[in-house]
Ligand binder design. Structure first.
Ligand code: Z5A
Length: 209
């Protein structure tokens, strides 16, 4: 019998600690003998990584809001089909740094597109596929920006460079999404030490392992 795997996404603003916590959670699951695939969006498959470069590099107005949303949805469709689904079918656990909730928060809540439009793209591209659990790392926008700036020496990508108002709307939309779907979402305070946050993240997935 194939072991039962599952799909967990980590969400939150840039610099909230998603990549750090994804690595920690992967190590904790591997220590339990589970197969883990670590992946990210935009990206996670060769086709989606090529689209990532189109999305994150270049001028801020390189794409219209609609074209940007379509590119994220296209990257996600390839990521789901080529990386996530095959891993789940063989019983692995898939941990993704961002998934469709990022499109709803960034291109939707902050970018001005409707949630229905983003969901329609996801229904078409990825058949509406959703994570078993989504961990939302919450950190005040200024603290997250300070962490990301310290790491990147102030060099942000096309989307990270958008103004504070945009990132505040992203955070507000993530909070709404978590409140609307408490079965899938768990919110975690990301302001503690890496060890403290890792313990909260593990506690937030333990019931589905
Ligand atoms: N985007 C979108 O618009 N629509 C979509 O559908 C998707 C994405 C999927 C992807 O950027 C951009 O695409 C992103 C959203 C948009 N832009 N923005 N904003 P990315 O993949 O390059 O980066 P990111 O996803 O935004 O995350 P990040 O910048 O890599 O940050 P992070 O993964 O959340 O944080 P980290 O790298 O783990 O930590 C940041 C620093 O803080 C690092 O030096 C750590 O060592 C440190 N850190 C981490 N945790 C702690 C604690 N607890 N204490 C102190 N310091 C810490």
């Amino acid at each position: 019998m194939t072991a039962r795997g599952g799909f967990i996404s980590l969400e939150g603003g840039e610099g909230a600690g998603k990549s750090t916590q994804l690595r920690r959670l992967a190590a904790a699951l591997r220590a339990r003998g589970l197969e883990v695939v670590e992946t990210r969006e935009p990206g996670g498959s060769p086709g989606a990584e090529a689209i990532r470069a189109l999305l994150l590099q270049g001028d801020e107005d390189r794409w219209t809001p609609e074209a940007e949303a379509l590119l994220f949805a296209a990257a996600r469709a390839d990521h789901v089909a080529k990386t996530i689904k095959p891993a789940l079918e063989r019983g692995a656990w898939v941990l993704s740094d961002r998934f469709v909730d990022s499109s709803i928060a960034y291109q939707g809540g902050a970018g001005g597109l409707s949630r229905q439009a983003i969901r329609a793209l996801h229904d078409f591209g990825s058949h509406g596929f959703l994570p078993d659990r989504t961990i939302l790392l919450q950190l005040p926008v200024e603290s997250a920006a300070a962490r990301a700036d310290a790491r990147d020496n102030g060099a942000a990508d096309r989307i990270g460079a958008r103004d504070e108002g945009y990132h505040a709307k992203v955070a507000g939309t993530f909070a709404e999404l978590a409140a609307e779907d408490p079965a899938r979402f768990r919110t975690v305070d990301a302001s503690g030490s890496i060890d403290e946050v890792a313990a909260s993240v593990f506690a937030a997935v333990e019931d589905i392992l």
